[in-house]
Design a protein. Structure first.
Lengths: 353, 289, 241
């Protein structure tokens, strides 16, 4: 990456460092950052060995939000297109893979070949309509909600996917983990979502430093100026929506096979879309670490809160969301760029992305 | 016979639509002047609805009678929200104000959830099942009263913006922010006033809506979306547009409920939104940017 | 030799207002062509029409023999016309280097090549030392130079500059003039500039066009144009006051 202050960039990366590292753009992360990342990853890999089932389920939730936040960030953080309807892509991914599995026994990994293209096509339709007809800014956000609402009502009336009585995957008590059919114990899901999050992180890092990534940032910063330097903004924005939709729908598969039940009313609800964007908003929109950090902070703290409330015998269904709301309020007011840029400065990892 | 049934439904839809229109009017006023996209609009309305429910349950106070005090409470809430929370954000990018309102909405919905639980509450007025027969049409009394109330409040609002000095100052401020600053208007105070007025509108709309519909925490976001659909359909910033949009959406939802299934009615509202956004982005009565 | 840029009878209205009325001009390859005129004369509007921001209400625009009127701005840029904005619009949250890399990526597929090209352009415009600063944190003159750098990075044949000297100190103006002259000489870049700073116009321009109320009131060599009584009356005279 080029967005580093002089001190960090003074020494060019030594030649001969592995080709792999340089294509992943890791070569420019300061050494301290790399060490930190390695430690974090090692901890996450080792975690199941010394955590309870409950803690594992929370880690899964955190990683799930880190993944979806990263996917959403491609659209908003990189290309500046605010989507408030990302539950649409999760829902499509979830419903398609689950329905194919239930009706035809299609393994989810094969189901992806159907669900991901459908989600990308949905993104393409929304993007096409919005960008062709110049629906931008808040209007664009409202349009994305409208499509998620369409889907919510549509899936709630669609018998093939169980309509309003829900879609259920067959469950049993598993002694073995079947990765191909995604039937197994939580630990399998944990490593799956961990792998997905790591891969999404690396993919986003590569995207951000690519030609397309630069064009995205140009569009985000000033669309007219981007056009004036020859960027085909329509195509550039379309790429952001389609890639983000595809990545997000992947999480849908995870969601369906981990939770084993789907209700259109919930899966596509605006509340779900908002949950997806909270992590990156709090962690730092447009940064690579923001969505990850945000997910850890938000879900970690919220679960701690629920736990404490549970200990003193209080069960308040909305408490977690109220907490989210105040966190968001606080961050928007005090750290409008999110927590990560601040943390990065404190740690001396000045990567301005 | 079916024809008169449809007619009844249509009239009911138009009457409900007028109340929707008043709700959207609040959003339109706020956006037109303050340029803040109030993503907590429907949630603010549910606050008013819950106040009405509580007052009715405790003291048998009719929501239509309590309209003025409840609107006043919402005015204060809106004023405080703008003065305390949003004014410092005036110069921030559009989406960061929007996110601020997302946070406010999230808090309102869930505080209501904690306070009142997820179940629907309603107000059983003495006239809940009364109706008037006008020729072949049967009109529900609550809907008629609510719509009449909405029209009166809307008329007062128009009069305020045309006839009073503050109203004119607010309009000046909407037309030209820097101009208003230059001639020495206290823009931040006017913004707070405007947000208060928008909130009062939606508070009044809530009092009327609670007479015809149930309220639960979950309807807040749904009404926010509905208000957006209406305002975009009618034309952002156009006050008559908001009323027209409300009537149109009310009518569409009612007809969709008859011809298809009531649970799919908001799909049609969204279909209208998408068509309007694509074909006439400035809305039915909006001015081209 | 035919003109590189040929504007023929172009008009552009905003509702009732005729911002540009029937303007024709020809810019030859390697020319430095200045457009001057009082505020609101329609200079920026003319630029925007050439760049594809506005579609002209009448007339034609040709670049290198090809019609470009009505083409979108990105396409016009890809054909070889770079531009700056009068009210500067760098990408504020990105570094100076990234701003210019984005320009350079137009003709470079690889980010590394684009970076090399961008650094070269930044050196040329004396911005190399600021390359890691955020664009928003630059001073106004630096931001203006950054706009020029970003446009140059797209490797244009024709560069349109909208008041890049405004607000610069005389020494900075001289420096900018030197940069422009050098670009014109060494890379054969054709330049059209809108400028109020007559010192720069006289030093740079090979031809001058005077716009007033959207119409061309004089056109020719700089020395002739500044002696034109009508120009003095409607523009230069007013400037002196
Ligand atoms: N987008 C627009 N919509 C409506 N009117 C416009 C628009 N852009 C410019 N105008 C009007 O067109 C006229 C010409 O404006 P223009 O910006 O082209 O002038 P200019 O010669 O560049 O002036 P200056 O020296 O101040 O930059 C002005 O009266 C201006 O108000
Ligand atoms: Mg100008």
């Amino acid at each position: 990456m080029t967005r580093q202050v002089d001190a960090l960039q003074a020494k060019p990366a030594p030649l001969g460092r592995s080709r792999f590292l340089s294509t992943l753009n890791l070569a420019n992360i300061p050494r301290r950052g790399l060490i930190l990342l390695a430690v974090l990853l090692a901890l996450l890999i080792a975690a199941p060995a010394f955590t309870s089932d409950y803690l594992l389920s929370i880690l899964i939730l955190i990683l799930y939000f880190a993944y979806t936040g990263q996917a959403w960030n491609v659209m908003m953080g990189f290309a500046g297109q605010l989507s408030l309807g990302h539950a649409l892509y999760v829902g499509i991914g979830a419903y398609m893979t689950a329905a194919l599995f239930i009706h035809f026994g299609t393994p989810p990994w094969i189901g992806l070949l159907v669900s991901v293209p459908i989600a990308m096509a949905a993104g393409a339709v929304i993007g096409f309509l919005a960008f062709r007809f110049r629906v931008a800014g808040t209007y664009f956000a409202i349009l994305t909600i409208a499509f998620a609402e369409f889907a919510r009502i549509g899936f709630d009336h669609w018998d093939w996917v169980g309509a309003s009585s829900g879609l259920f995957l067959p469950v049993a008590t598993y002694t073995q983990n079947d990765l191909w059919h995604l039937r197994g114990r939580p630990i399998m899901f944990y490593y799956l979502i961990l792998a997905m999050t790591v891969l999404a992180f690396l993919l986003c890092r590569w995207l951000l430093g690519s030609r397309l990534g630069y064009f995205w940032q140009a569009v985000r910063e000033d669309e007219d100026a981007a056009r004036a330097v020859g960027i085909a903004t329509f195509r550039t924005k379309m790429a952001a929506v389609v890639i983000s939709a595809g990545l997000t729908s992947f999480a849908g598969m995870f969601y369906a096979f981990y939770y084993n039940n789907l209700f259109g009313e919930q899966v596509f609800s605006i509340g779900r879309s908002i949950e997806i964007i909270l992590g990156p908003l709090i962690g730092g929109v447009g940064t690579l670490f923001g969505p990850v950090l945000g997910a850890f902070l938000l879900t970690g703290l919220a679960e701690t809160l629920t736990e404490i409330l549970g200990l003193i015998g209080v069960d308040l269904p909305g408490a977690k969301q109220v907490f989210y709301g105040f966190c968001l309020l606080l961050v928007v007011m005090v750290m409008p760029e999110g927590v990560w840029p601040w943390v990065a400065r404190k740690l001396g990892l000045e990567t301005r992305q | 016979m079916p024809l008169s049934l449809y007619l009844n439904v249509a009239v009911g839809g138009v009457l409900t639509g007028l109340v929707y229109g008043l709700m959207a009017l609040g959003l339109s006023v706020i956006f037109g002047v303050v340029r803040v996209v109030n993503f907590a609009h429907g949630e603010m309305m549910t606050i008013a609805m819950y106040i009405a429910v509580v007052l009715f349950a405790a003291f048998k106070l009719d929501p239509l009678v309590m309209l003025v005090p409840i609107a006043a409470v919402l005015f204060a809430l809106g004023y405080a929200l703008q003065a305390g929370l949003i004014n410092p954000f005036i110069n921030r990018p559009e989406h960061s104000q929007f996110i601020l309102m997302v946070a406010v909405a999230l808090i309102i919905v869930n505080v209501l959830l904690i306070a009142f639980g997820p179940d629907a509450h309603s107000v059983q007025t003495s006239y809940a099942f009364d109706s008037y027969e006008v020729g072949p049409v049967i009109i529900d009394a609550p809907k008629l009263y609510a719509a009449a109330g909405a029209v009166i409040v809307a008329a007062l609002l128009f009069a305020f913006f045309r006839g009073t000095r503050i109203g004119q100052a607010i309009r000046a401020c909407a037309d030209n922010y820097t101009g208003a600053l230059v001639v020495g208007l206290n823009v931040k105070r006017l913004y707070a006033l405007t947000f208060g007025i928008g909130a009062a509108c939606v508070g009044a709309a809530g009092c009327m809506l609670v007479v015809i519909n149930d309220v639960s925490p979950a309807v807040g976001p749904a009404y926010t979306l509905l208000a957006f659909v209406i305002v975009i359909t009618g034309g952002l910033g156009s006050l008559p547009g908001a009323l027209l949009g409300g009537v149109l959406i009310g009518l569409t939802e009612a007809m969709a409920g008859v011809f298809f299934t009531p649970s799919a009615k908001s799909m049609f509202a969204f279909a209208i939104l998408v068509i309007v956004l694509l074909l006439r982005p400035q809305g039915l009565l909006g001015k081209r940017a | 030799m035919s003109a590189l840029l040929s504007v023929a009878g172009v008009s552009k209205r905003f509702r009732g207002l005729l911002a540009v009325g029937n303007v024709s001009l020809d810019v030859m390859e390697r020319d430095i062509f200045a457009i001057i005129g009082p505020n609101g004369a329609g200079k920026t509007t003319l630029f925007n029409t050439i760049c594809g921001v506005f579609r002209p209400d009448g007339g034609t625009i040709a670049f290198a023999g090809e019609r470009i009127d009505g083409h979108p701005p990105d396409e016009v840029c890809r054909l070889g016309i770079g531009r700056t904005f009068q009210l500067v619009r760098p990408f504020p949250g990105l570094s100076v280097l990234d701003n210019v890399i984005i320009g350079a990526l137009l003709h470079h597929r690889s980010v590394e090549d684009a970076r090399a090209r961008a650094e070269e352009v930044l050196r040329r415009l004396d911005l190399f030392n600021q390359r890691h600063q955020r664009a928003a944190s630059l001073t106004l003159p630096d931001r203006k130079r950054l706009e020029v750098a970003r446009a140059l990075a797209t490797q244009p044949r024709l560069l349109l500059l909208d008041e890049v000297m405004a607000g610069l100190r005389p020494t900075e103006v001289d420096r900018m003039v030197a940069i422009m002259t050098e670009l014109n000489r060494t890379s054969g870049l054709t330049i059209v500039l809108i400028e109020h700073v007559m010192r720069a116009v006289m030093a740079l321009a090979t031809r001058v066009l005077v716009l007033h109320h959207g119409a061309v009131i004089a056109q020719g060599a700089p020395a002739e144009v500044v002696r034109d009584p009508q120009v003095i009356k409607s523009y230069l005279g007013a400037e002196e006051l």
